[in-house]
Structures are given as C-alpha cells and as structure tokens.
Design a protein around this ligand. Sequence first.
Ligand SMILES: Nc1ncnc2c1ncn2[C@@H]1O[C@H](COP(=O)(O)OP(=O)(O)OP(=O)(O)O)[C@@H](O)[C@H]1O
Ligand SMILES: [Mg+2]
Length: 251
Amino acid sequence: MTALRCTDIRKAYGGVDVLQGVGFAVSAGEIFGLCGANGAGKTTLMDIIGGQQTHDTGVIELDGRTLVGDVASRAHAGLARTFQRPQVAADLTLRENIALGLAGARLGSVGQLVRGFVAGMLARTTVAIELVETAATDLSLDRLDRRAGDVTFGELRLVELARALLQRPRLIMLDEPFSGVGDNGIEAIVEALRRLRARGCAILLIDHNVDLLTALADRMALLAQGEIVVTGTVAACLADEVFRRIYVGAV
Ligand SMILES: Nc1ncnc2c1ncn2[C@@H]1O[C@H](COP(=O)(O)OP(=O)(O)OP(=O)(O)O)[C@@H](O)[C@H]1O
Ligand SMILES: [Mg+2]
C-alpha cells in the first residue's frame, strides 16, 4: 500500500530551479533512501513534504489523501520528521525535548517547539513519562535530566528521533540521521528504523552513506539536476551506470 506519493513537485528559489518535476512513492513498511550531491535539493523536498517550505506545483499524498496545510496539520495526518540540524530547545532537558512528541509535534522551529512544550506539560502523566523513558532507552539515550544545550550533537539527533517515534507516525522523514552519531547510536537508530518498518511505518531517509543504505533501505532514489534520475533497489541503483557516473565517490 502506498503511504507517500509525490507527483511532479517543482520548486524554484529566486528564479533558480531546484526541483523540476520530482515524482516517487514510498510504501507502508518500506525504507526509501534518498541520495544526491550537496545542494541537489533533498532537504528542500523534505521541507516541502513536511510543510516547512512551499512548492510551486505538484501534489503530495499521504495514505491517498492530498497533504496540505501547515506543519501541525501534517503532523496530525501522521507525518513526523527529524532535521539536518536538530531542532531542540537548548534550555529544556532531554526528557522535556522528547516529551514534545506527545504534544502533537508542532515542529518547524524552536519557537514552535517551545509553544508545543506548554501543551506537553499537560501530557505529564505517569504513562507519558514512561513512554518518553522507553523511547529514550530504545535509542540508548540516558541521563534525560541533562539540558539539551549540554549534550553532544549526536545525542541531539537521538532526542529528535525519540520525539518523532512518540508521535507513532505513518510516515517518518529523516534528514541525515546518522551524521555526527557515534557507533552505539547508529546501531540503536538502525534497530529503531527496522522496528518502525515492521510496524508498517513508511520511512524516507536522506543519507549519503551507501553502506548504511545497503543495510537498511528497501529501495532508493538519486536526485540530480532537480529530478529523480535513478530509482530501484539499492543493489540495482549501485549497479546502474547513470548512478555510478553521477554519484561519484559513492561506489
Ligand atoms: N530558503 C532558501 N532560499 C534560497 N535558496 C535555497 C533555500 N534553501 C535551499 N536553497 C538552495 O536550494 C538548493 C538545494 O538545497 P538543499 O538544502 O535542498 O540541498 P540538499 O540536497 O539537502 O544538500 P545537502 O546535501 O548539502 O544537505 C541549494 O542550491 C540551496 O542553496
Ligand atoms: Mg540537506
């Protein structure tokens, strides 16, 4: 069953075409890798799907329904994500930052996060606290009383992922989730994504690391010159001449 479908997505910044008709689909229970050179438009595409950025034309559907509206309404429709630069409130603890996922995830900026925190206060039941602890433990995150501003970049990635998991999403989008994460964290993320997939969640994963994509992704796509130029299983992509020519250094 198709969870996410993007059709003919186009986006220009100040007359510069970044996305020129991107189309792809991700099934429920599938990990779909998205790769491409720096500046190819991967994050822009994710921002458009998430509602953090507008697009010029094209249609996005989640579970067969057109996905429109602001970030909060898309979160309500079942979409969760993490960002290339983790979006956390530095003055809140790890526990509080993760608990924002219980508040409906009005993600998109730290300001929105803090507003979400107020709602999160309402969710401070014993059950909620247990959910937060479990999500953190699953990702090998401990000492949740620490301030987000005092922990490593890699730990912030885990905080963001734990928060996204709490939303029990239909579709989760991860923008380079492994970058800056230590070996233990990488293993924990890989296991968490496999569990999510087994639960039927669709996963869109931006990553440059071909070894990780090979281990994790069911299918992948290469974004270049504003279009998806190669798509298929990871093995098929790695064997594809166009992929090998464009994605220099990956193979
Ligand atoms: N808000 C913006 N305004 C103008 N140009 C932008 C904006 N955001 C991105 N761009 C440009 O759009 C292009 C695509 O950027 P994007 O961040 O989507 O690429 P990316 O594939 O995620 O790259 P990376 O691998 O470095 O993260 C780049 O040329 C970038 O400079
Ligand atoms: Mg990017």
